[in-house]
Design a protein around this ligand. Structure first.
Ligand code: PHE
Ligand code: NA
Length: 514
């Protein structure tokens, strides 16, 4: 057990760090894609229900478990769970809360490193005058390490290593470093997000695009925001919604426990948890849905968006769309967009570093320098395969196993443990202790019965998916974070330069001609 007692510098710092933990690439890259792939307005209702019935309860559980464990000088899920209920087995369930982070950070920091590179290239004007095909080709050759188009050999590797080194450096400064990055990054992120979203909302219904005269941004917004109640009967949509709620709130990972372990025993957690959760929701639902989708729909049409929705839209399309605003605005928009993604990314990847550091401290008494550098080294080791074998689907495997299966598994055990083994009497007391708000009593019932049942359902109904995946069938439901993008439109050599050959809104195809 460690002797020094670190804690958060201020309440604002804590909330921003927790919000920074939650607000991440998931809000801007994963959410819009999940929403589009699951029918737009059909996705929103299950999403909101999952937020209220699983997201908020899990936030309460994780914040209070973390603060509880912290009282005993514990900072990582194996020790925190151990302080709640004695028993060896439980300690091992807590191990999920460390390794999930390592596996997620490996690919997450890779995407984060792209954002740094794209800020650089936006500033350099690299995308100026490029066609849509060329911008997509730029990305393809960026991740294909066998050759270079940007003039920097192994650029992707260099930025990745830089990105991890930067994370490691900040982590080695401890909570103060994390808090500082959140205090700078979060306000900037919101500012950039609001400005880009205003642009998204005001693109209007016509005149945006020469290529696609019918394209309009409002189509995109309507598609996302017209509720479709029929979706309530589709289990696939529910699973996707639940998966997004876990990922976006960072629950089921151990990062919230770890941050909360540094909250002082008498301080509020209920209001803090709700504030951070709602801030994440605002950034996701209001800002995250107002940038990529309407802007892409405004220039390329809604059908294009539906057919091509994928994680790469942000990197393969946005720089091209920004160019439509003229070189100066394009540079500003590029820096804002990729800068925003960078802040979103780094405040989350730092969070993923802390459970490992906390564990090494609990178990071996390692100081934060040792903790941080061992974390950086491990992340690099795990991450290099995703960098070198990006095109072979390693990335998707990481996202599936760590970013989906492992979260749900851990969340399922943890809710049972909290509500039924630790017990709801003690649990409810912990949640309300020092609270600055009155939590509706209904939540006691929800946490005890509804959340475990829903989670159990999500957990067990994903088993066929998992089995499918293991048997290498390509029919799994949850299209992952890194869904291969433009697969049909561009070959992987990166040399392909697509050209729009059919430009009516209903069937947009790119050709491979150079
Ligand atoms: N919640 C983050 C996002 O939306 C992702 C994350 C995963 C953060 C794991 C911390 C731990 O991008
Ligand atoms: Na998020």
């Amino acid at each position: 057990m460690a002797t020094t007692t670190e804690s958060w510098g201020s309440r604002v710092g804590l909330i921003l760090a927790m919000a920074g933990n939650a607000v991440g690439l998931g809000n801007f890259l994963r959410f819009p894609v999940q929403a589009v792939q699951n029918g737009g307005g059909a996705f929103i209702i299950p999403y909101l229900i999952c937020f209220l019935l699983m997201g908020i309860p899990l936030l309460f559980i994780e914040w209070s478990s973390g603060r509880y464990g912290g009282k005993f000088g514990n900072h990582s899920t194996p020790y925190i769970l151990d302080s709640m209920v004695k028993g060896r087995l439980l300690k091992y369930i807590g191990v999920f809360g460390i390794f999930t982070n390592l596996a997620i950070v490996a690919y997450y920091a890779y995407i984060e490193s792209w954002t740094i590179s794209y800020v650089y290239h936006s500033l350099m004007g690299t995308f100026q005058g490029m066609s849509q095909g060329e911008v997509a080709g730029f990305f393809n050759s960026y991740v294909d390490l066998s050759h270079t188009t940007t003039g920097i050999p192994y650029e992707a590797v260099i930025f990745y290593v830089l990105c991890l080194a930067f994370n490691t450096f900040i982590l080695s400064k401890g909570l103060k470093g994390v808090e500082k990055v959140a205090k700078i990054g979060m306000p900037l992120l919101i500012l950039f997000g609001v400005l880009l979203a205003i642009k998204g909302y005001t693109l209007g219904t016509s005149g945006a695009s020469e290529l696609f005269p019918d394209a309009n941004a409002v189509d995109g917004l309507n598609f996302l925001w017209t509720p479709q109640f029929s979706s309530l009967a589709d289990p696939k949509v529910w699973l996707a919604a639940a998966g997004q709620i876990f990922f976006t709130l960072s629950v089921g990972m151990g990062t919230i426990h770890c941050y909360a372990a540094y909250v002082k025993p008498k301080d509020d957690i209920a209001l803090n948890a709700v504030s951070a959760g709602f801030m994440n929701g605002f950034v996701e639902v209001v800002l995250g849905s107002a940038i990529v989708i309407p802007i892409a729909a405004g220039y390329l049409g809604l059908d294009w968006v539906i057919n091509n929705a994928g994680f790469g839209m942000a990197f393969q399309t946005m720089p091209y769309l920004f160019e439509q605003w003229g070189p100066a605005l394009a540079m500003v928009a590029g820096v804002m967009w990729f800068g925003l993604l960078f802040f979103a990314g780094i405040t989350s990847s730092l969070a993923m570093g802390t459970p490992w550091m906390g564990f090494m401290r609990d178990e071996f008494g390692w100081n934060r320098t040792k903790g941080a550098w061992s974390f950086g080294g491990l992340a690099l080791l795990l991450g290099l395969p995703t960098v070198f074998f990006y095109n072979q689907g390693v990335f998707d495997d990481y996202d599936f196993w760590a970013g989906t299966v492992s979260l749900v598994t851990f969340a399922f055990f943890e809710v049972i443990l909290f509500a039924w083994i630790f017990g709801m009497d003690k649990g409810w007391k912990e949640i309300n202790h020092g609270s600055d708000i009155r939590i509706p009593m209904g939540y006691r019932f929800i946490i005890k019965y509804i959340t475990p049942l829903l989670l159990g359902w999500v957990f067990f109904s994903s088993i066929p998916n998992i089995v499918d995946r293991v048997l290498h069938k390509d029919t799994f439901n949850n299209k992952s974070f890194a869904t291969e993008y433009y697969a049909e439109n561009f070959d992987t050599s990166g040399a392909a330069v697509g050209k729009v050959v059919e430009s009516d809104r209903h069937s947009v195809k790119f050709s491979f001609q150079n």
